[in-house]
Write a protein that binds this ligand. Structure first.
Ligand code: PGA
Length: 256
C-alpha cells in the first residue's frame, strides 16, 4: 500500500454465491461489525439479482456495491445480458471485468477491453482482472503475459479515464485453491503492472492507480500482502462470503 499516492481498495467478489435474502442477512451482520475507520475503500461485487438488496442495505454506509460483469453494448438483442447503464441505475459503483473464470468461459481480451470502455463511459469503476496460469508461470512467461493482458485491456482508455480504474492481479493457480502467491511473487507482478502503466500513461498516473492482489487472500495473509508497496488492496472471493473474515481483511488494510 502507499496511501500517500493512491487509494487502498478492499473488494469482495461473491461469484455465484448467495441469494437476495442471504445478501440482506450478510449486509446486516457486516454493518454491525464494519470498521468505522476511513483508510481504505470497501466494495462488494455481488450477483446481479442481489444488487438491489445490497444497495438498499448499504445505502447509509460508504461501502460501494458492484457487479461481476457487464455487456459491452449499450442495449439491444442480447438475451440474458446486463448493460452498464442498468448497473449504474441500480446503484452500482464498481464492475469486475475479465475475471479468469469468465475468460475461461470464452471471454476474449478484445471483449474485456470493450467492456472496460463501456463501463468507464457509464461512470462505473472497472476492476480489470489479469492473471497467469500455473503453466505460464512455470515456463517463465508471467510478466510478458500480464503485460499483454494489461495493454489489450486498456486499449483506447483515455488518460482522464484511467485514473478511475482498478487493476486486479489474480494468478489463476491461486484462485479458490487456498494456494496464495507469496508476498514476493504478488509484489513482483504488481510492480511490473505499474511499470507497464507507466510506459503507457506516464509516471504520475502509474503512481496513482490502485493495483489489487486476488487469489486466496484471507485474514491470515492479508497484512503481509498489503504491506507490499505496489499492492493497494485485495479482490477477495471465499473470505468475502463471511462478514467477520471480510472485516478482518479490512482491518489489515487499515493498519498504520
Ligand atoms: P478467492 O477468489 O479469494 O476465493 O481465491 C478471488 C477471486 O477470484 O476474485
Amino acid at each position: 500500500m502507499n496511501r500517500k499516492y493512491r487509494k487502498t481498495v478492499i473488494a469482495g467478489n461473491w461469484k455465484m454465491n448467495k441469494t437476495p435474502s442471504e445478501t440482506k442477512a450478510f449486509m446486516n451482520e457486516f454493518k454491525t461489525i464494519m470498521p468505522k475507520g476511513r483508510w481504505c475503500d470497501v466494495a462488494l461485487c455481488v450477483p446481479a439479482v442481489c444488487i438491489p438488496a445490497a444497495v438498499r442495505a448499504m445505502r447509509e454506509t460508504r461501502v460501494g456495491i458492484g457487479a461481476e460483469n457487464c455487456n459491452a453494448n449499450a442495449s439491444g438483442a442480447y438475451t440474458g445480458e446486463i448493460a452498464a447503464n442498468m448497473l449504474v441505475d441500480a446503484g452500482c459503483k464498481y464492475v469486475i471485468l475479465g475475471h479468469s473464470e469468465r475468460r475461461a468461459m470464452g471471454e476474449t481480451d478484445a471483449e474485456v477491453n470493450a467492456k472496460v470502455l463501456t463501463a468507464l463511459e457509464n461512470g462505473l469503476v472497472p476492476i480489470l482482472c489479469v492473471g497467469e496460469t500455473l503453466e505460464q508461470r512455470e515456463t517463465g512467461i508471467t510478466n510478458e503475459w500480464i503485460t499483454m493482458q494489461i495493454k489489450s485491456g486498456l486499449n483506447g482508455v483515455a488518460e482522464d479515464k484511467i485514473r478511475k480504474m482498478i487493476i486486479a492481479y489474480e494468478p489463476i493457480w491461486a484462485i479458490g485453491t487456498g494456494k496464495t502467491a507469496t508476498a514476493e511473487q504478488a509484489a513482483e507482478v504488481c510492480t511490473s503492472i505499474r511499470t507497464t502503466v507507466r510506459h503507457l500513461y506516464g509516471a504520475r498516473i502509474a503512481r496513482s492507480i490502485t493495483i489489487q492482489y486476488g487469489g486466496s487472500m484471507k485474514p491470515g495473509n492479508a497484512a503481509e500482502l498489503l504491506a507490499q508497496p505496489d499492492i493497494d488492496g485485495g479482490l477477495i472471493g471465499g473470505a468475502a462470503l463471511k462478514p467477520e473474515q471480510f472485516v478482518d481483511i479490512i482491518n489489515a488494510a487499515n493498519q498504520e
